[in-house]
Write a protein that binds this ligand. Structure first.
Ligand SMILES: NC(=O)c1ccc[n+]([C@@H]2O[C@H](COP(=O)([O-])OP(=O)(O)OC[C@H]3O[C@@H](n4cnc5c(N)ncnc54)[C@H](O)[C@@H]3O)[C@@H](O)[C@H]2O)c1
Length: 459
């Protein structure tokens, strides 16, 4: 059967895989191919165990794979056959040279752009799916048109707003799909082609179009606002701990103001994930480049508070456990940066683990989906950490449990049973405020939530 369009995605990661699976699932009339330079990742996408865990992903991949969804490492062939190419490669923080530790590392998309230029023989629409600094599309246009081989490329910006853990639902019912284009006749025609793809399942009023720079900037700003909200509530949580105010009550009260809304007001150990920190730092770097130092400092504060929150958590553990953690056995409940994902990139659990090891604590880590990544993240301190699938087993003989990830299973556990197996006095540090603190206290635990008074049996 002939397909109406050939769609290619370069980058088979947390974004490329699920987004393309959704397009293939909703649009059997298109052929969708996902390519990657990492052959192991491609092999995993073609296997029974996908390389990432995302609720609902297995089902849609298995339904479409081999029908109109293909995973391949033949990048050149994929480019040649494609009408539309999504670029979904990683854009991590640069760790060398100018802007190290702050600017986005753009080498991956640049290589991709050059490869597209070298092998293309026919006109293509190139879609920025990765999160890029503003004006990347201009650089991309310049690279793609640097040789006069007569092939036409139109660049669009179509940033992805899905959140890991709810990625499939977000892709199926997005709050909005954003498509930025050049406002030339060719740019608008290319934009309409991409609108047509999403219109297969997304209501027209949720597909919004804008100029290409607004689109690039909106993605960065959207992540900066989300992270800012977490840092705001976390900053207040530290004040609650000093004043006997309760962050859950404060969040409920301010969240009832319809101007503020009640989302993203859970105080916690801090945000993680591959995007928030790197995107804010990229925004900060961009502001500095434009001479906007005050604006840069404002956004940088969001990251600073997040770092402070993680360190505060560790210092609180140290102080409350009698100012020494040496040889104390501490169990981390969860290692993923949030629930319902196996992703551990920038997870606060990494920072907390390293700090606890510095204090010479013994660590036991459990997580229902992230243990493989956790072991890789802590490979350099192998031997100092134990990994356990079963949280009950993990807690045996521990002095403390620290909740790092808000997995539902932890709230539903039998803590009386856990308490029996732990060393005394037993501590719980609830870095996500998901447990029933009163019940735990009654069982005998000393309980330290975020942003509310601790419940301890010490006079
Ligand atoms: N993870 C998220 O929740 C999320 C959400 C929205 C936007 N984003 C953005 O999407 C982009 C991708 O994020 P991700 O989490 O999917 O990253 P990822 O690291 O999981 O995936 C990127 C993939 O691109 C591949 N790649 C790199 N260079 C390549 C090349 N030249 N040719 C072919 N493949 C190449 C890598 O091997 C990797 O598999 C980033 O810009 C990120 O900021 C991520």
């Amino acid at each position: 059967m002939g397909f109406e369009k050939n769609i290619l995605c370069i980058g088979a990661g947390y974004v490329g895989g699920p987004t393309m699976a959704m397009i293939a699932h909703k649009c059997p009339q298109y052929r969708v191919t996902v390519v990657d330079i990492n052959p192991k990742r491609i092999a995993a996408w073609n296997s029974g165990t996908l390389p990432i865990y995302e609720p609902g992903l297995d089902e849609i991949v298995k339904e479409a794979r081999g029908r109109n969804l293909f995973f391949s490492d033949r990048i050149d062939q994929g480019i040649q056959e494609a009408d539309i190419i999504f670029v979904s490669v990683n854009t991590p923080t640069k760790d060398f040279g100018a802007g190290a530790g702050m600017a986005a590392d753009l080498q991956y998309w640049e290589k991709t752009a050059r490869q597209i230029r070298e092998v293309s023989r026919s006109q293509k629409i190139i879609v920025e799916k990765s999160t890029f600094p503003v004006k990347t599309a201009l650089a991309m246009e310049r690279i793609l048109t640097a040789t006069a081989n007569g092939v036409r490329f139109d660049i669009l910006s179509n940033p992805e707003f899905m959140a890991e853990g709810t990625g499939i639902r977000d892709l199926e019912y997005p709050d909005r799909v954003l498509i930025g284009s050049r406002e030339t006749p060719e740019g608008l025609t290319a934009r309409d082609e991409l609108v047509e793809i999403y219109a297969n399942w997304v209501p027209q009023e949720r597909i919004i179009t804008s100029n290409i720079w607004s689109s690039e900037l909106s993605k960065l700003v959207s992540n900066a606002f989300l992270a800012q909200r977490i840092s705001s509530i976390n900053a207040v949580s530290s004040l609650c701990e000093k004043t006997e105010a309760d962050i859950t009550e404060v969040a409920r009260i301010i969240g009832m103001d319809s101007r503020l809304g009640d989302k993203f007001l859970n105080a916690s150990i801090g945000f993680g994930g591959s995007c928030f920190k790197k995107d804010i730092l990229s925004l900060v770097y961009m502001c500095r480049q434009y001479g906007l130092d005050e604006v840069a400092a404002y956004w940088e504060g969001v990251v600073r508070i997040n770092d402070y929150q993680k360190e505060r958590f560790v210092l609180n553990m140290l102080e409350t456990m009698f100012n020494t953690l040496a040889a104390k056995r501490i169990c981390l409940f969860g290692f993923a940066f949030k629930a319902n994902t196996g992703d551990t990139r920038e997870s606060p659990a990494i920072y907390v683990s390293r700090r606890l090891l510095e204090e010479r604590a013994e660590l036991v880590i459990t997580d229902p989906r992230a243990l493989v990544n956790a072991e890789a993240d802590l490979a350099d301190v192998q031997g100092q950490v134990t990994f356990a699938e079963d949280p009950y087993e993990a807690a045996v003989g521990c002095d403390a449990i620290a909740v790092m990830t808000e997995w539902d299973i932890y709230a539903a556990m039998d803590f009386t049973r856990i308490y029996e197996t732990m060393r005394k006095p037993a501590f719980i540090f609830d870095g996500r405020n998901i447990l029933n603190h009163e019940d735990l206290f009654t069982m005998g635990f000393n309980v330290f939530p975020i942003g509310k008074p601790p419940l301890t049996h010490f006079c």
